[in-house]
Design a binder for this molecule. Sequence first.
Ligand SMILES: [Zn+2]
Length: 56
Amino acid sequence: MCENCAREDDDLVNVRRVYIVPESWDTPGSSTTLSEHELWCFSCRSQYPHEEVEDG
Ligand SMILES: [Zn+2]
């Protein structure tokens, strides 16, 4: 089951969620990658920023 949307799916991949802070007039953009692994379905992987985790 996908740990992001809780949908049952065969196509799940281990990812780290990435939080993107958009650039604005007074701050540069930045992003934060969480160290925690989550299993995400294809739909979530296509919609939300993330990094795929290598096996191991
Ligand atoms: Zn999902």
